[in-house]
Design a protein around this ligand. Sequence first.
Ligand code: CUA
Length: 314
Amino acid sequence: MTAPLSYLSGSASKSADLLQAMAWGFSAVAALVVSVIVGLLWIAIARGRRRAADGDPAALEQGEHGLALIWWGVALSLPVLVALAVWTMAAARTLAEPGRAQSITISVTAHRWWWETLTSDGHGPPFAGANEIVIPTGRPVALLLASADVIHDFWVPKLGPKMDMVPGRTNRTWLEARDPGVYRGQCAEFCGFQHARMAFTVRALPADDYARWSAGQRAEPPAAAAAPAAALFTARCGACHTVRGTGAGGIMGPDLTHFAGRSTIAAGLLPNSPDALERWIADPQSLKPGAEMPQVPLTAADRQLLVGYLETLQ
Ligand code: CUA
């Protein structure tokens, strides 16, 4: 998938800049403290050895400056610790609120092991999606994070901090991307066997492209496209999946109304290509053991028909 999963380089938002600066800043302070302590220890050992070699009987005892040195240590470290604490609190405040209104709200519900999204942007009814969050660049988007089962954690390292998704409550946070691009997200709280395969992407688009994309998401896919395939999909997959405008209205699995527009299958597991999709439909349990997607008995011809149909759902 896209950019490496690290917040130490290539940040794409003000929040991520702040986190990056703190990570390097705290590491630098910690490295400095360790160097000073190791240096002092080394000097003390060298001195003690020299005195012992000179036959000084007090060589291994604490010097007369012992207590004064402790006070020096406290006096030097206290301002550093206070400065780091103030920095942390100021950063937490900045990360908590963007300070600007958010006209787009995306509800994200974590499932074992995929991400359900519902986008409300005020231009029409909310629309559902899965495993891909699309936002316009340069403005904050509100996020409402929930979980359908166990504790998960929402994390897009290039864009901001982590936030837990806890069953029975909704956590509020926000997301903003400075530049257009695709940013990888990942569940960051162990949630079962396929925790590592619970990825998603955030796609940031310029405002015009975003408006076009969201209008497309609201629309239903053209119904006439493939009537026999659509009927097959409704019969075999429609108990769990929805394709708006058809008989398929299941809510157990991801809404597939605009499946073909997504870049991956099964929460980042496979690229969204016809080959990969056929492999996934044929044997989901060997690709992602424990996932809720069952192996539905299908002939090769039916599988082909379904793959062709799904790839038309732009
Ligand atoms: Cu969901 Cu880890």
